[in-house]
Design a protein around this ligand. Structure first.
Ligand SMILES: Cc1ncc(COP(=O)(O)O)c(C=O)c1O
Length: 458
C-alpha cells in the first residue's frame, strides 16, 4: 500500500470532516475521526500512511477482505453500462433474479424466497412487517415480537424497538410497542454448577413463559441471532435452537434468525441456521452478502411463509426504492462467486480451531475472564476479578474501555471493538481470509494492550 500523497490534502480533508461530516454513534465533541484511505487483504491504511489490521472486518462485514475492488468494480461497471437502475416494485431484472436464486441455493432448507433491501436494519424492519402480514393473510391478528436482552438488531424504529439495549432505546422512546425481551445465552455469569442441559431448560422456560404472558395468539415473531453479537458472541447451549423452534411451532409463531452478522460465512458455515439446524421461517441478512462492497440486505422466507402471498390479490405491502438495486445485486453476485471460487467459507471453517486456540492464550491474563464465539467471530470478556467474575463499574468501563483500550489498540495498529453494551468485551471478527499470521498479530497486540490496561487498574 502507498501513502495518501499530499500532506496538504490530508489537512484539508480533516478540516472538512470536522466541519461537515456527522459520524454514526460518535461523540462528535470528543472525537477526531481517523480517515481511512485504502484497504488490502485484512489491512487498512489511514491518511498518514499508518497500517491497521482490521480485526472487525469493517463492521463484521468484509468477508473477502479488501483486495477484490477490481473484480467487484468490473461487475459494477458492466452492470452500470447495461442497466444502472431499475426497481423491484413490480418489475424484475436479471441480477435480482440471479442473486435471489443464488441466495436461495445457499440458504438451508426451503428458505427459497428473497426480498431485497438496503441493509440490516431494513431487513429486520421488513421481517417484522412481513410476519405481521403473514398472520393477517391467514386470518389472525398478531403483532408482537420477542427478542433477547442486550441484542442489537438495528436503528430504524421497528428494528430499534426489537433491540434489547436500554441505552440505545431510551433516547427515542416511545418506540414501536409490544416487544418482549427474554434471556440471552450468556452462560458466563450463571451458577458454576449448572449443567448445559439445565441452562437450556432455564432459557426455554423463560422464553415460553414470556410468550404465555404476552398472549401467544398476539405474538407474530421471535427474532434472535444464531450467535448473539452484542454482549460478546453468545453461542447457544446444546438443544437451545431445537427448543426455540418447538416453542414457536407450539404457538404458531414465526421464527426469524437475524443473520446480518452470522450469514455468509462468519461462523464457518454459509449460515448460522445451517450450523445449528435452526430451521427458521425467516432469515435477515446484509453485511456479508456483498462483503460490504455494496449496500444490500435481504429477508429470506420459506415456501410456507410465501404461500399466503401467492394467493389471489394478496400482496406484501412493503417496498423501498433501492431494494434489489441492479448494481448492488451485481456486486453481491460477484462477491458470492468469489467466496465460492476462493473457498472462503471452507477456509474459515478449517481455520476456526486454530484461531480460537491462538486467542485462548489470552485467557492467561488476569483481566480476561472468558473467550466466547465460534468460526471467525469471538469476544473476550474483561473482568475485575477472575475468581468471582466480578465486572467493572460504569466509571471503570469509561476509563478503561473508551479511555484506554480502544484508542491504544488503534494506536498499536489493531482495529477491534471494546464494547460495553453488556458486560465489557473486546470483539474480534476479522475478514474470513485471515490466516495464522493475522491470528498471531491480533493476539500479540491484544495481549500487550490488555496487560497494560490491567497494570493501569493497579
Ligand atoms: C444482528 C444485526 N441485525 C441488524 C443490524 C443492522 O444492520 P445495519 O447496520 O446494516 O442496518 C446489525 C448491525 O450491526 C446487526 O448486527
Amino acid at each position: 500500500m502507498t501513502t495518501f500523497d499530499t500532506a496538504r490534502g490530508a489537512e484539508e480533508l480533516r478540516r472538512a470532516a470536522r466541519e461537515h461530516l456527522w459520524l454514526h454513534f460518535t461523540r462528535m465533541g470528543q472525537h477526531e475521526a481517523p480517515i481511512i484511505v485504502r484497504g488490502e487483504g485484512c489491512y487498512l491504511e489511514d491518511i498518514h500512511g499508518n497500517r491497521y489490521l482490521d480485526a472487525l472486518a469493517g463492521l463484521f462485514a468484509v468477508q473477502v477482505g479488501y483486495s477484490y475492488g477490481e473484480e467487484m468494480g468490473q461487475a459494477a461497471l458492466e452492470q452500470m453500462r447495461e442497466l444502472p437502475f431499475y426497481t423491484n416494485w413490480s418489475y424484475a431484472h436479471p441480477r435480482a433474479i440471479e442473486l435471489a436464486e443464488e441466495v436461495a441455493a445457499l440458504a438451508p432448507g426451503d428458505l427459497n424466497r428473497v426480498f431485497f433491501v438496503s441493509g440490516g436494519s431494513e431487513a429486520v424492519e421488513s421481517a417484522w412487517k412481513l410476519a405481521r402480514q403473514f398472520h393477517q393473510a391467514r386470518g389472525e391478528r398478531r403483532w408482537k415480537a420477542i427478542a433477547r436482552r442486550t441484542a442489537y438488531h438495528g436503528t430504524t424504529f421497528g428494528a430499534l424497538s426489537i433491540n434489547g439495549i436500554p441505552a440505545l432505546r431510551a433516547p427515542f422512546e416511545p418506540l414501536v410497542p409490544d416487544v418482549v425481551h427474554v434471556r440471552n445465552t450468556n452462560r458466563y455469569h450463571r451458577p458454576p454448577d449448572e449443567t448445559e442441559e439445565e441452562f437450556t431448560a432455564f432459557l426455554l422456560e423463560d422464553l415460553e413463559s414470556a410468550i404465555l404472558q404476552a398472549g401467544p395468539q398476539t405474538v407474530a415473531m421471535v427474532i434472535m441471532e444464531p450467535v448473539q453479537n452484542s454482549g460478546g458472541a453468545f453461542t447457544p447451549p446444546t438443544g437451545y435452537w431445537q427448543g426455540v423452534r418447538e416453542i414457536c411451532d407450539r404457538y404458531g409463531i414465526l421464527l426469524c434468525a437475524d443473520e446480518v452478522i452470522t450469514g455468509f460465512g462468519r461462523l464457518g458455515a454459509w449460515f448460522g441456521s445451517e450450523l445449528y439446524d435452526i430451521r427458521p421461517d425467516l432469515v435477515t441478512c446484509a453485511k456479508g452478502l456483498s462483503s460490504a462492497y455494496a449496500a444490500i440486505g435481504a429477508v429470506i422466507a420459506t415456501d410456507r411463509v410465501m404461500e399466503p402471498f401467492l394467493e389471489g390479490a394478496a400482496m406484501y405491502a412493503h417496498g423501498i426504492t433501492f431494494g434489489g438495486h441492479p448494481v448492488q445485486c451485481a456486486i453481491a453476485l460477484k462477491n458470492l462467486e468469489i467466496m465460492r471460487r476462493e473457498r472462503i467459507v471452507e477456509h474459515a471453517r478449517d481455520n476456526a480451531d486454530a484461531f480460537r486456540a491462538t486467542l485462548a492464550q489470552l485467557l492467561d491474563l488476569e483481566i480476561v475472564g472468558d473467550l466466547r464465539g465460534t468460526g471467525y467471530f469471538y469476544a473476550l470478556e474483561l473482568v475485575r476479578d477472575k475468581e468471582t467474575r466480578a465486572t467493572f463499574s460504569h466509571e471503570e468501563c469509561e476509563e478503561l474501555l473508551r479511555g484506554f483500550v480502544s484508542p491504544r489498540l488503534f494506536e498499536r495498529g489493531l482495529i477491534c471493538r471494546a464494547d460495553d453494551r453488556g458486560d465489557p468485551v473486546v470483539q474480534i471478527s476479522p475478514p474470513l481470509v485471515a490466516t495464522q499470521r493475522e491470528f498471531d498479530e491480533i493476539t500479540g497486540t491484544l495481549g500487550e494492550v490488555l496487560s497494560e490496561a490491567w497494570e493501569r487498574l493497579g
